[in-house]
Write a protein that binds this ligand. Sequence first.
Ligand code: AGP
Length: 614
Amino acid sequence: MCGIVGYIGARQAPDVILNGLKRLEYRGYDSAGLAVLANDGTVGVRREAGKLNGLLARVANEPLSGTIGIGHTRWATHGQPNRTNSHPHRSMNGRIVVVHNGIIENFMPLRQQLMAEGVDFASDTDTEVAAHLIEKYLDEGLSFVDGTRKALQQLQGSSAFVVLSPEHPDTLICARLGNAGGITLGLGDDEMFIASDIPAILEYTRRMIFLENKQMAVITAAGYTITTLDGADSPAAIHVIPYDPVSAAKGKFKHFMQKEIYDQPDAIINTLRGRLDFENGRVDLPEMQLTAAIANDLQKIYVTACGTSYYSGLVGKFMIESMARVPVEVEYASEFRYYNPIVDDKTAVLAITQSGETADTLAAIEQARGDGARIWSIVNAIGSQAARVSDGHIAMHAGPEIGVASTKAFTSSIVDQYMLACALAELRGTASAAQLAQWVNDLAQLPDRVGRLLADDRPYRELANIFHKAQNFLFIGRGINYPVALEGALKLKEISYIHAEGYPAGEMKHGPIALIDESMPVLAIVTQDALYDKMISQIQQAKARGGTIIAVATEGDTVIAQEADHVIYVPQTPALLSAVVNVIPLQLLAYHIALQRGCDVDQPRNLAKSVTVE
Ligand code: AGP
């Protein structure tokens, strides 16, 4: 994950910033940097590739002094992580310095336009576009605030920015675009703090403001003004954070599971970060160590995992088979290790595991290794066993997942399989350059789609009021949404203890439809795809038997409201990525039903976060 820290007040800014970056160390990073405005009006910048220690040593040797500054930690960017690509980034004439977390989806056309106007770019990051664009408007005579506002209004995608200008030594500007990339303001006495996460500034103040989507804050040591990106006043609530690390880590959320559901736009951004090459329309997965020989020798991929990670693999099967044309089998790790699967040196075994320590999954890897398979893994926990024993792996970069019910790891691992499918498709020649570029573009728009869904949880609270006393629940879906139905059922049963089943909708008439009556709510995933009409008829069959239908449908669908009793609308999403969006309502529904039932959402009975025993 990326980390951002900003400060303005009477303290030495380098101390506050470096201290804050240390607090964000749990996120890991490949480079770090800071910019401090000295009393003589010059901006000192120090940036280092590698761990934070490198930057600390650099600043110790070449100290900075000043009471206003910004700092940043980041994951590798396009190609190698290096000093050139690390933040902060400056505009061509040095009038603007920015740090950024997120993705500027339309940075390429903006970069080309600025280059045509004579701007020289020093890095290959999307972030640098923002710095030059703001400076362009200052050069045209706009004020610091108006120039920043006008530039940010042109950016698409989910991002968080902090902007510094040597011409305005008493002001910082920060903004949040989209529902990812959080920005927290810390309110001190004649000093103000900015951070992407509470732990970075909690030791200085417990009074915090969390910027919402499309809010911009103009900050001085004396205080702040918050407006919408259009300039309208936009007051924000002040939260007083209890001074204990656990609640600090939860921030404004009641539970880790809730926080992690809302982390998903950020988590998707971070799993994409450094891996999308917009310029060449391709995906770059250096840790997978893929070659054309490996990709073209491949005759089968076995995906093996447990629980939610297994359902993620069922989604990935659709992606990899459709995009890279490699046969994929998906098997529970607890089964894989005992039924003697047909595996050889032309098989890749892909283990998906959030914790990287699940006993069944590690055992399946060992069995596959013994059978001569190539071992790949998709893992979230940094430095865990599964990643260490793999020939190639994709780190989810979703950040710590504390809630026992897995949420952001599910969506991140699906995105990672999509990227793997892109990389394999390119090496196996199963997709044109134009198709690959389209897939990359579809990925870049995903965080914002997920973020839009998280903007309002009222519908889920209302549904939980209606259904929290249900004894049973049925989740149905078809195609890529069948695994999503399985995952929705698992989320509900593991945190609310309601018996819930996921079923392929086409199978209903072969038995399960006998279960349908008014006491059996049916959640149907019926988004606009090739199987939509089939799903509508399934809903009608269930309705005809007295079933109550909750539909997850596509925004703009004008038919579904006549067919279902309740409808949750999700943004139109390319079919192969729709699972990432369609699961969000199921996560939130399970969360609010469990809350209504007074269940222990983060630590449900009988469960553990990582099952390290058989
Ligand atoms: C999912 O919500 C559960 N916590 C559980 O099924 C989990 O997905 C499973 O134990 C696998 O864990 P892993 O991804 O860490 O291997």
